[in-house]
Design a binder for this molecule. Sequence first.
Ligand SMILES: O=C(O)CCC(=O)C(=O)O
Ligand SMILES: [Fe+2]
Length: 272
Amino acid sequence: EDGITEVLAFRSEVLPGRFIEVPCSEDYDSHRRFEGCSPRKCGRGISDAVITRDEARRIRSVAEKGLSLGGSDGGASILDLHSGALSVGKHFVNLYRYHGKSGSKMMRTSWAVGRWYFGDKIQTVFSEEDFQLYRDVRQKVQLAIAQAFGISASSLYLTKPTFFSRINSTAARTAHDEYWHAHVDKVTYGSFDYTSLLYLSDYLDDFGGGRFVFMDEGANRTVEPRAGRVSFFTSGSENLHRVEKVCWGTRYAITIAFTCNPDHSIADPALT
Ligand SMILES: O=C(O)CCC(=O)C(=O)O
Ligand SMILES: [Fe+2]
C-alpha cells in the first residue's frame, strides 16, 4: 500500500520502550482539565517490555474463549468486557445477560457476570483468574502511560469500552465490521484521554495487513503488531489513526483506555 513512509515499530524488533512526542491538538482546549492527568505533552509510546509474551499468550486464550461464543458474520468481532457485548452474526448479544432462543448456541446467560446456561448446565465463561490477568495487565499499562507522559498513575481511570477484538479477512457485513476507517479516539469514544492497545498476535506470522497507522500530515507512521506489544497514545486528533485491512489470518488485540475524568471511570471487569 502506498503512502507508508515510516515504521515506528517493526514486528521483529523487541522494543524496550520508544516514545515519540507530537504537538497536542487543540482538542484539549475545549475540555475540562484535570491536574496531574490531562496531557501537557502529547505523543505515542510503544513497548515490548511492559507485558511478557507469556502474559500475552494467556490473555489471548481468554480472548479466544470469549469470542468463540459468538463472532460477527463480517470480519471484525468484539467482546466488550465492561458491558458484556459480544458480536454475533450481524448483531450483538450481551454475554453477561443474554436471553437467546432456546436451541441457539448460547441459550441464556444469567445476570451474574460471565455465567451462562447451555442446555440446563450453568457454565462460567471467565474465571476469577482471567479477570485477575486483565487487572494485572491494565495496571502495568497504566503505570507505563503515567511514566511516559509524566503524570500520576493514580489520576488515570479505566474507562469504557474496554474490549477484545478479533479481525479476519471476511468481508464486512455491517458498519460495525468497518474497523479500518481513520478516526480520533476522543471523538469515537468520548471519554478516552489515553488509548492503549495490547497486541495478542504477530504481524506476518498470524495475519497479513492489519498494521496500525498514525496518519500524520505528510506521513503515515505504522506500528506492526507483535504479541505482547503495547502501543499507547493521547486520544486527541494529534493521533488520527486507522488499521489496515487484514488480508489473511486472524488478528487479536485488546483495547484498554483511560480517562482523566473520574465521572467517566469504570471498575475493572469482574465476576460478580
Ligand atoms: O486494533 C488496533 O490496532 C486499533 C483499534 C482502534 O483504533 C480502536 O479500537 O479505536
Ligand atoms: Fe482507535
